[in-house]
Write a protein that binds this ligand. Structure first.
Ligand code: DI6
Ligand code: FE
Length: 412
């Protein structure tokens, strides 16, 4: 008889396994068998082979899904921008604030001044909050120090979060996030610093490089320089594109074989086609759309038409998306962007895994993938995206171990 560590049985499984003839990959009355932190078997209880196992958990008909993946965050920062938000409420725009030295640059000041340990403690609370909502993989970007030493400090904080919490952290260098004050009027020189010093220093810490390509940030030529340095260093590519205007950033990124292009409110059909041709994931960030009071919506119909995988993420950051609820992003993807609840949850699981290039080990309940699960207190899958700001997560498993439950709290 085969041995295993854990059997979770009598669950309604949202597998997101594309070979199952149901959009959620739903298996009613299912079981998942775990060995060595991985899924050894998954299917209907009546087909469950006999295993010699240490522990069985009976779900009593609860829903179980792969744990959630937040594939675009800026969770490491110092300071607060509540004052700037009040200026925006009084009528000043996000772009005006950025151009007058506030916005991202205000967070840069506070983040440069904070110690590595202070940044870690602040970010730890933010990450723990997401784990308790079923998130066990998160991407974290730098981009609030904008000098070599500070960007590396941010990347080290991200690494330490992954080492000390039950979560996988994918680390992205976003040195090209904004122009630091000391490089005012010298954007090309700053890109030189990113290319010649930051990227080489980030190798071994970061797995990807991101650029904010926008009229208030960097242009296509500068973006291309960063992409080519990232490629030479063996790092993956991501982009913040088409958030406030259509600059053609997503097309350039897809042609440079980017894993994902993110935001995309102003994306046009040539951009969508380029993304489709390479398989670049469209990561939509409804929290930023909401918080900046945007009206231009991402082209969902075009993304569907061209078969571009859509991910959803929090964009958690102190200026444009101070988001602390991951399922609220699913709700907003439906209410604002017209996605279906199932599309929004695929966006937080299998398609988010694609945006991080970890779809072979995460994002669905399939044999051989990591045993990362969330158990949900809902009566139907659509309820995951339905309630506004509610956390229906009952328990979270990382690599086959229960790490958090609503009733018992954190497992040490
Ligand atoms: N787009 C965003 O939404 C964040 N960065 C970016 O390039 C905003 C970051 C901030 O305002 O602090
Ligand atoms: Fe962002």
């Amino acid at each position: 008889m085969k041995t295993c560590e854990l059997i979770l049985e009598n669950f309604n499984l949202l597998t997101f396994d594309a070979s199952i003839d149901d959009e959620w990959g739903l298996v009613r009355g299912g079981a998942v068998v775990v060995a060595d932190g991985e899924i050894l078997w998954v299917g209907a209880v009546e087909d469950l082979p006999e295993f010699e196992n240490r522990e069985t958990v009976n779900g009593g008909g609860s829903f179980l899904s792969p744990s959630l993946i937040d594939c675009h965050t800026h969770l490491v920062w110092g300071g607060s921008r509540a004052d700037e938000w009040q200026m925006r409420l009084a009528g000043t725009s996000y772009e005006e604030i950025a151009r007058s030295g506030g916005g991202i640059l205000s967070t840069v000041k506070a983040t440069r001044a904070a110690s590595e340990d202070e940044l870690f403690q602040l970010a730890k609370r933010r990450v723990e909050n997401f784990i308790a909502q079923g998130v066990t993989t998160v991407e974290i970007k730098s981009g609030y120090a904008l000098n070599v030493e500070g960007e590396i400090k941010m990347l080290r904080v991200a690494k330490r979060l992954g080492e000390s919490l039950p979560i996988d952290v994918e680390i992205t260098l976003l040195g090209a996030h904004a122009l630091p004050p000391e490089f005012k009027g010298k954007a090309n020189d700053y890109i030189g610093l990113v290319v010649d010093e930051m990227i080489p220093a980030a190798v071994g810490l970061a797995s990807a490089v991101d650029v904010f390509t926008e009229n208030i940030a960097f242009d296509l030529k500068q973006t291309e320089r960063v992409f080519s340095a990232a490629k030479n260093a063996g790092l993956a590519i991501k982009i913040h594109a088409e958030q406030l205007s259509n600059m053609g950033g997503a097309k350039l990124a897809a042609e440079s074989e980017a894993l994902s292009a993110d935001h995309l409110e102003y994306l046009d059909e040539p951009g969508v086609e380029a993304m489709s041709a390479f398989g670049t994931v469209a990561t939509l960030l409804p929290g930023a759309f909401y918080f900046l009071n945007e009206t231009q919506k991402p082209p969902i119909e075009l993304l569907r038409k061209h078969g571009v995988p859509i991910a959803i993420a929090s964009d958690a950051n102190p200026g444009s998306s101070p988001v602390a609820s991951i399922l609220l992003m699913a709700n907003m993807a439906c209410t604002f962007f017209g996605m279906t609840p199932c599309e929004s949850l695929r966006g937080l699981t299998i398609n988010a895994a694609r945006a991080l290039s970890c779809q072979d080990s995460q994002g669905s309940l399939e044999v051989g993938k990591q045993a990362d699960f969330a158990i949900w207190d809902v009566d139907s899958p659509a309820e995951l995206a339905f309630a506004i700001g509610h956390n229906p997560c009952q328990a979270v498993y990382k690599a086959g171990k229960k790490v958090f439950s609503r009733d018992q709290g954190w497992m040490s």
